[in-house]
Design a protein around this ligand. Structure first.
Ligand SMILES: Cc1ncc(COP(=O)(O)O)c(C=O)c1O
Length: 392
């Protein structure tokens, strides 16, 4: 099908919820995607942080096809060897005690919110339900996770939103203290605000916040949907902050390209959600779990993690030296680029025309390359990006 045929069909049959680049991607290998007209693109987006092993990685394809040919789905009424194995692997790798599987980042955060509220309700009574999140955060698109998202732009049209959220300033304990009261059960944060413009929280703030929450038995929930699964150079980003959150959520890169989300909690919280209190038809689907087991076996090794850090630093240095770049904010391979001209959207469009896929976040350019991208692919992409920044 030609691009214009695809575009016409889409206009006739899909809700227009996405502002798309004028490209239809049909296949890919490694860090290179190909469109319906045979044009190739270096991909610095990995499907917004999902295809962490790139397109159609051989080991990942083998794991998914093997599982698809063995058992594609069972309901959660039955035990699953592959689901159990993935949960055990996640617990081994992180030190967390229990896992709930779902299908997306928003769902993982819904689980964290339900868990925090139930724990607090059972321990302190039904009034202690409020959750403090941060200004400029992003936690998902369900009615509850939109309410958790600390950006006014997301708080229109879909009333009534879930009650009980308020938004403190990032990196300000004074603001946290002003928002916390006897009705607060949890604080939910991203350690690097991704959609908000790649803004890392300060380690001092996070450590003080963790201690403050611990003293009051307020649960610290960390949304690692974008930062997790090796993206920032450690398996989960909290490891770099010297804190252990009560709950972390994971999705995006976890399945390497198939939908899976996870909510992980400590031993003390492991029994809070009991039979019938939470669930989902597809959560822990065998194919998704097989994919995630392959992803974890690859990205969790010290060598792989060290390479993510090295490639992230390589990208950071090269980007910082490009004419037209004002600032680079990077944690591993989660990278935000502030341009001297305020024209990230135009530069992103020029990149597409020139064979490079990049993202934007707020007024920044944003890169989330596949974690196993090769240096020659990085260099080719940087050459295109440098040209587009200079000429746009
Ligand atoms: C930090 C964070 N939390 C939650 C989400 C929502 O994830 P999903 O789109 O899988 O529901 C996102 C998506 O971008 C995210 O970046």
């Amino acid at each position: 099908m030609s691009f214009s045929d695809i575009q016409k069909k889409e206009a006739a049959s899909l809700m227009p919820t996405y502002g798309r680049f004028p490209v239809a991607l049909v296949k890919g290998k490694g860090a290179v995607a190909e469109d319906c007209e045979g044009k190739q693109y270096i991909d610095f987006t990995s499907g917004i942080g999902v295809n962490c092993l790139g397109y159609c990685d051989d080991g990942w394809v083998a794991a998914v096809t093997r599982q698809a040919a063995t058992l594609q789905h069972i309901s959660n009424l039955y035990y699953s060897d592959v689901q159990t194995e993935l949960a055990a692997r996640l617990c081994d790798l992180t030190g967390y005690s229990k896992v709930f599987f779902c299908n997306s980042g928003a769902e993982a955060n819904e689980c964290a919110i339900k868990l925090a509220r139930k724990y607090s309700c059972e321990t302190y009574g039904p009034q202690r339900t409020r959750i403090v999140t941060l200004e400029n955060s992003f936690h998902g698109r369900t009615v509850t996770t939109l309410a958790a998202t600390g950006q006014e732009a997301f708080h229109h049209y879909f009333y009534p939103f879930t009650e009980g959220f308020s938004y403190a300033k990032a990196n300000s304990m004074d603001s946290i203290r002003a928002h916390v009261d006897e009705h607060t059960c949890a604080v939910l944060i991203e350690l690097v605000q991704g959609e908000g413009g790649v803004c890392p929280l300060s380690p001092a703030f996070v450590r003080e916040l963790a201690a403050y929450c611990k003293e009051r038995d307020i649960l610290l929930l960390v949304d690692e949907v974008q930062t997790g699964v090796a993206r920032t150079g450690t398996l989960y980003c909290y490891e770099q902050y010297g804190v252990v959150p009560d709950v972390i959520t994971s999705a995006k890169g976890l399945g390497g390209g198939v939908p899976i989300g996870a909510c992980l909690c400590t031993e003390a919280l492991g029994g809070v959600l009991s039979a019938g209190q939470h669930g989902t038809t597809f959560g822990g689907n065998p194919i998704a779990c097989a994919a995630a087991l392959e992803v974890l076996s690859r990205v969790s090794t010290p060598e792989f993690l060290a390479e993510v850090t090295q490639k992230g630093e390589y990208l950071r240095q090269k980007l910082a030296s490009l004419p037209g770049v004002a600032e680079v904010r990077a944690r591993g391979m989660m990278i935000g680029i502030v341009l001297q001209k305020d024209n990230a959207k135009e530069v992103a469009s020029a990149c597409v025309q020139n064979g490079l896929l990049v993202l934007t976040a707020k007024t920044l350019l944003r890169l989330l390359p596949p974690l196993n991208i090769r240096y020659e692919e990085i260099d080719r992409g940087l050459e295109i990006l440098g040209g587009c920044i200079a000429n746009t």
